[in-house]
Design a protein around this ligand. Structure first.
Ligand code: UD1
Length: 417
């Protein structure tokens, strides 16, 4: 099994450029099933992107990769079912549902896998597809989906702004002639990036004064050249790494997408300056507790940074309370941080952290992608040596994680255990 060996205590300093955002590129690749030819720039090299490319090839799209640019060309109709092993490999494989229903009118797939953060139902995705005319039969984990008369435009109200359900709906609506109105849509920057791609491909999408998304779809989308936006979660992870080690860093990303995490870093005592395309951070000798952090849909504090900021709070002077409202079970890192000496009391959806002067190195296992990154950061800030196992989770979401951290001065080495 692959693992990282880390010797904590080095001050991290330097400059990092965020890669293209994982959570933006995955829905864009799913939407590409509707298009004749697309060129997607700034694609990160991640295992989830590789899985999406396997699925695209299977669905009749030729994929050519030159460095970070993917050229996607339709070569056949590709109306095929999606094999269960690719559905299980990642949660985002469910995003192929909307595009395949719009393009082919039928697809059989299974419930998706991905990080285990609680139940992770897909009821909102299915509700949206049904409102657009899909008939979905569920048999165990298998979903047989058809649109006997083709999908049609619809007025869909999402009871919760699910990121994935909004994306599936946008993709389905963009490939369906007629108008679809989406009320209660998610507003994450990755959704805005997907909209920009679909607009470039020929769909008309606008937001009315009440925040309702109006989509005018077309049967044939052309495709376009699109550059994926920088990854705000990756950017904030490196800012946190520098903050936790008393360091200094400049990260090239979009500060406008980082308002909530930057506010928490300021409360922790970091000095932060930003221009349109970069953020610079200088950490104090010891961080301060950050008060209350509550995860919420964008523009609230991102759930994907809850674990990282808990690791930061574990070594800060004072208290931080972190409340997770987005996912049911997203505290798997608490037990691992305690093994490093962290003082954390978790009850229900809230964890209260009382910072200790110094965490201690330990043997740690990554429970999921973002918790894994949080444990690596904790190990970098801790005294002594740590071994972090199950790092394949981390490599699903952070391109070049080890070389980037090493470039900032971290003592981190990949090993087989
Ligand atoms: C996406 C991101 C993930 C991030 C999350 C929230 C990708 C690839 N993943 O995940 O990194 O943590 O947004 O910002 O972009 N829910 C339902 N029914 C549904 C769908 C969701 O009840 O049909 C619930 C989920 O269980 C969860 C909440 O809604 O409690 C948020 O999920 P959602 O916004 O859909 O997240 P994902 O799209 O899975």
């Amino acid at each position: 099994m692959r693992a990282y060996q880390i010797v904590g205590g080095n001050r991290l300093a330097g400059t990092v450029t965020a890669h293209g955002a994982k959570n933006a590129v995955l829905p864009i690749l799913s939407a590409a099933v509707l298009c004749r030819r697309s060129v997607i720039e700034n694609c990160p090299t991640l295992s989830d992107v590789a899985v999406s490319c396997h699925i695209l090839r299977h669905l009749g799209i030729a994929v050519d990769r030159q460095q970070s640019t993917l050229t996607l060309t339709r070569i056949d109709e590709g109306c095929r079912d999606i094999p269960v092993e690719w559905m299980r490999a990642m949660r985002s494989s469910i995003l192929f549902l909307g595009g395949m229903l719009a393009r082919c009118g039928l697809v059989t797939l299974s419930r998706p896998g991905g990080c285990s953060l609680g139940g992770r139902p897909i009821d909102l995705h299915l509700l949206a597809m049904r409102q657009m005319g899909a008939v979905i039969e569920e048999e165990g984990d298998t979903l047989r989906c058809t649109a006997p008369h083709g999908l049609h435009g619809a007025a869909v109200q999402l009871p919760y702004p699910s990121v994935g359900a909004t994306e599936n709906l946008l993709i389905a609506a963009a490939g369906t002639p007629g108008e679809t109105a989406i009320t209660g849509a998610a507003r994450e920057p990755e959704i805005t990036d997907l909209i920009a791609y679909l607009q470039g491909c020929g769909a008309r999408i606008e937001t009315d004064t009440d925040g309702v998304l109006l989509v005018q779809g077309r049967r044939e989308l052309t495709g376009c050249r699109h550059t994926v936006l920088p990854d705000r979660i990756e950017a904030a992870t490196y800012l946190a790494a520098a903050a936790m080690t008393g360091g200094e860093i400049t990260v090239f990303a979009r500060p406008e997408h980082l308002a909530a995490p930057l506010a928490a870093l300021r409360r922790a005592g970091c000095r932060i300056t930003a221009d349109a395309e970069s953020v610079s951070l200088t950490a104090p000798a010891r961080l301060l507790g950050m008060g209350s952090i509550v995860t919420l849909p964008y523009p609230g504090f991102p759930t994907d940074l809850q674990a990282v900021f808990m690791a930061m709070a574990a070594g800060a002077h004072g208290f931080t309370s972190l409340t997770e409202t987005v996912f049911e079970h997203r505290f798997a890192h608490v037990e691992e941080l305690r093994r490093m000496g962290a003082d954390i009391t978790a009850a229900g959806r809230t964890a209260v952290v009382s910072g200790v002067p110094r965490l201690q190195g330990a043997s740690l296992a990554c429970p999921d992608l973002r918790a894994g990154a949080a444990l690596v950061l904790a190990a970098l800030a801790a005294e002594g040596q740590s071994t972090v196992t199950d790092v394949s989770h981390i490599e699903r979401g952070y391109a070049g994680f080890v070389p980037t951290l090493a470039g900032l001065g971290a003592a981190i080495t990949p090993v087989e255990v």
